[in-house]
Design a protein around this ligand. Structure first.
Ligand code: PLP
Length: 417
């Protein structure tokens, strides 16, 4: 068999694939690693107990257990869950949606693979379309999903310098151009890696641009409201006929069940449904089965607001305090943490690249994600991308604190070398 006919992308790992290989190898090594690199949510006792309780209830109720393991879901995803979620979203936000506007996928990562390749790439009329990422840095997981090359085009942000060494990225609307080659606009809100939350004004502006160009605005709401609500500023969730809203059960504490949710107009949902059928016959049942009762009762919103959000918010405040303490005298800036569970640290004029910093930290048994992976589609030369790193603050507090201290030591050494 001639393996050289396999796609280059999947045989010669680049970007995230290379990083995942490397992280796997580092973790498999004998030494104990301080893992600040991955995207795992925290083990929150109140959520773990509630999930286990739901599982017991299902095991005791033969019918729901048998249905979960013994049947394929429809390719659009479990109907009971979609009905309950449509009702919850309509009642909470007044959106005009029904179960026909919702499809489930095996994780929202799968939904992004579908959506980006549906809306961009090489079209039959010979045209090439791209996904516009209006604000870089953006989620690492978009990097390699394009079936054709150069699927993304991204733009540098404006930077607001805030007090206490914080900063915040903003969409640079002055330079933003939506050409005829743009098939969709996409933003994660809250943003992975920065913890930024685009303001209501920024979202309204992007929505209006998308509508004016007759293309969808994809909002990646993996951390947002109404669940898991890992969002510390009061902003308004939005949906409209030209908006594709992607949600996920992962950051609620269920990344293992792989449940992504797409809320969109019917023709988009039909395409997602067809792709589910072709690629996996049906999305998995377990996430919908576990979460259905919570969606029906609205409990999912209570758990998110009363348990998940305060848990991460206090972790964020604590992590920023530790960074301030450890980085005293080092020119370190922190992106204002407004959501998700990462700190994005910026070391202006860092004499070494973020890749070299990653290697040095790995030797000290600390794993972070170097910043340059988070700029899919940015063609401009921008030193900033090599001056940042992302660290997950959701894990064990002692490990996070020790990890921050070691990062400070290595960065301090790099500045003074
Ligand atoms: N979008 C963002 C911004 C994420 O951070 C992640 C996971 O880390 C995903 C999407 C994919 O999540 P999942 O496929 O688990 O739903």
């Amino acid at each position: 068999m001639d393996f050289s006919s396999f796609g280059r992308k999947f045989t010669t790992p680049t970007g995230i694939l290379q990083l995942m290989d490397d992280l796997g190898a580092a973790l498999a090594a004998d030494a104990e690693m301080i893992m600040l690199g991955g995207g795992n949510p925290a083990a929150i006792p109140g959520i773990q107990t509630a999930l286990r309780q739901r599982m017991y209830e299902m095991l005791l109720d033969e019918e729901s257990f048998e249905r979960m393991v013994g049947n394929y879901a429809p390719p659009q995803g479990d109907k009971t869950f979609r009905l309950a979620l449509a009702r919850l979203l309509s009642q909470t936000y007044g959106w005009q949606i029904g179960p026909e506007n919702i499809a489930l996928t095996n994780g929202s990562q799968t939904a992004f693979f579908y959506l980006f390749n549906l809306l961009a790439g090489d079209f039959r009329d010979g045209q090439k379309r791209r996904v516009l990422l209006p604000i870089a840095p953006e989620y690492i997981g978009y990097n390699d999903v394009g079936l054709s090359e150069d699927l993304f085009i991204a733009q540098k942000p404006d930077i607001d310098y805030l007090d206490d060494l914080l900063f915040k990225y903003r969409v640079d609307f002055g330079s933003l151009r939506v050409g005829d080659d743009i098939g969709a606009i996409c933003v994660s809100r809250p943003t992975n890696p920065t913890g930024n939350v685009l303001t209501d004004e920024e979202i309204a502006h992007l929505s209006q641009l998308a509508q004016a160009h007759n293309i969808p605005l994809i909002i990646d709401n993996a951390y947002g409201a109404p669940f898991p609500s890992i969002i510390y500023s009061e902003v308004q969730p939005v949906w409209d006929e030209h908006i594709i809203l992607c949600l996920s059960l992962s950051k609620l504490g269920m990344p293992g069940v792989r449940t992504g949710i797409v809320v969109a107009r019917e023709e988009v949902i039909r395409a997602i449904t067809a792709l589910n059928a072709v690629l996996s016959l049906a999305p998995g049942n377990s996430g919908a089965a576990l979460a259905s009762a919570w969606v029906q009762s609205g409990e999912i919103i209570r758990l998110s607001r009363e348990i998940i959000r305060p848990f991460y918010q206090s972790k964020a405040q604590q992590a920023v305090a530790w960074v301030r303490e450890a980085m005293a005298g080092i020119p370190c800036r922190v992106h204002q943490p407004e959501g998700a569970f990462f700190l994005w640290l910026w070391f202006p004029s860092l004499p070494i690249s973020s890749a070299e910093l990653y290697e040095r930290l790995k030797r000290r048994h600390v794993i972070i994600v170097p910043g340059h992976y988070f700029f899919p589609g940015l063609v401009e030369d921008w030193r900033h991308r090599f001056e940042c790193l992302r660290m997950n603050y959701a894990g064990n507090e002692d490990a996070v604190r020790r990890g921050i201290a070691i990062i400070a030591e290595e960065v301090g050494r790099a500045y003074s070398q």
